[in-house]
Design a protein around this ligand. Structure first.
Ligand code: CP
Length: 318
């Protein structure tokens, strides 16, 4: 096990932080997914807020932009009754050179006990977790290309809603920029742990990672062939901010080979679910017809994000 994997557990096996889905036991994943399923109505505001985290201060500490993750964590914490602080790196003392560690320790000194952290560097959230005091919990909201565990969980919850809880016969295809994707890594960890029947990974050779990421997957470059008969298609955003120049010659050429269109989607199982973590580059990773079409689960992923994040915060801090 890596340091991040071991550091996220208490000695008795309970989660102390959530840094990665790698090494999280199946039983823990199922517990979080079941709990998120139970509290979905509360998550989307159809029932009144709960007070599980009343008196607990939680901070979203983001050193990279976000719409979905940050907002849904904020809503999740508020719906659990927490006091929520939103740290904006662009208007903070980060601009004066304060380190992420010092920022965390200062906020911790003010009584913040839950930190939701996004950072551009692989391993940065685990490094911060190692500095946290007893009783402080960190959730990785995405570090570099390494991990985005709550996205992995919300994707699994969405697959369960779309296809049922038994993943053993499920054929899942992950498409696009897997190399730079923390979402893909977290999805792969969760799909393996939950026993997905077949995992396929497709993209241009220069955007696919090595065997250490795709071990056990069927890997290919021909999207039409890889789509045949799959039950779910997980499209990925092109992570251009993490790419070297020239990896994708043109967006038009990428779309022609790897864009999901209505016509292409017909190769998948008739009721195949289409997922995308956002931000969607419309007309690049998928057409509007697919993104907004009857097989799209994209907005249900977003709604599930609030429920999953409530379940995680409740588990770590409740
Ligand atoms: N899926 C996801 O991480 O979206 P944001 O970057 O908007 O948080």
């Amino acid at each position: 096990m890596t340091t991040a994997q071991t550091a996220q557990f208490h000695p008795d096996g309970r989660l102390r932080h959530l840094l990665t889905l790698e090494g999280v036991p199946r039983q823990t994943l199922l517990h979080l997914l079941d709990r998120a399923g139970q509290i979905r109505d509360a998550a989307v505001g159809r029932v009144s807020r709960r007070e599980v985290l009343a008196g607990t201060a939680v901070c979203t500490l983001f050193f990279e932009p976000s719409t979905r993750t940050r907002s849904s964590f904020q809503l999740a914490a508020m719906r659990l009754g927490a006091d929520v602080l939103n740290f904006d790196a662009s208007t903070s003392s980060t601009r004066k050179g304060e380190t992420a560690r010092d920022t965390l320790k200062n906020l911790e000194a003010m009584g913040v006990r839950g930190f939701i952290v996004r950072h551009p560097d692989d391993g940065a959230v685990a490094a911060l977790a190692a500095e946290a005091g007893e009783g402080t919990a960190l959730v990785n909201a995405g570090d570099g290309r390494n991990a985005h565990p709550t996205q992995g969980l919300l994707d699994m919850l969405t697959l369960r809603q779309a296809k049922g809880a038994d993943f053993s016969k499920l054929k899942v295809l992950i498409v696009g920029d897997v190399k730079h994707s923390r979402v893909a890594r977290s999805d792969l960890h969760a799909l393996r742990t939950l026993g997905a029947g077949e995992i396929r990974v497709c993209g241009p050779a220069e955007l696919l990672p090595g065997d250490e990421v795709t071990a056990g997957c069927i890997v290919g470059h021909d999207l039409d062939a890889m789509l045949e008969g799959v039950d779910a298609v997980m499209m990925l955003r092109l992570q251009r901010e993490r790419m070297e120049e020239g990896l994708v010659p043109s967006l038009e050429a990428y779309h022609a080979r790897y864009g999901l269109t209505t016509q292409r989607l017909r190769r998948a199982a008739p009721d195949a679910a289409v997922l995308h973590p956002g931000t969607i580059n419309r007309g690049v990773e998928m057409t509007d017809e697919v993104a907004d079409g009857p097989q799209s689960w994209v907005l249900r992923q977003v709604a599930n994000g609030v429920a999953v994040r409530m379940a995680v915060l409740e588990h770590l801090l409740g």
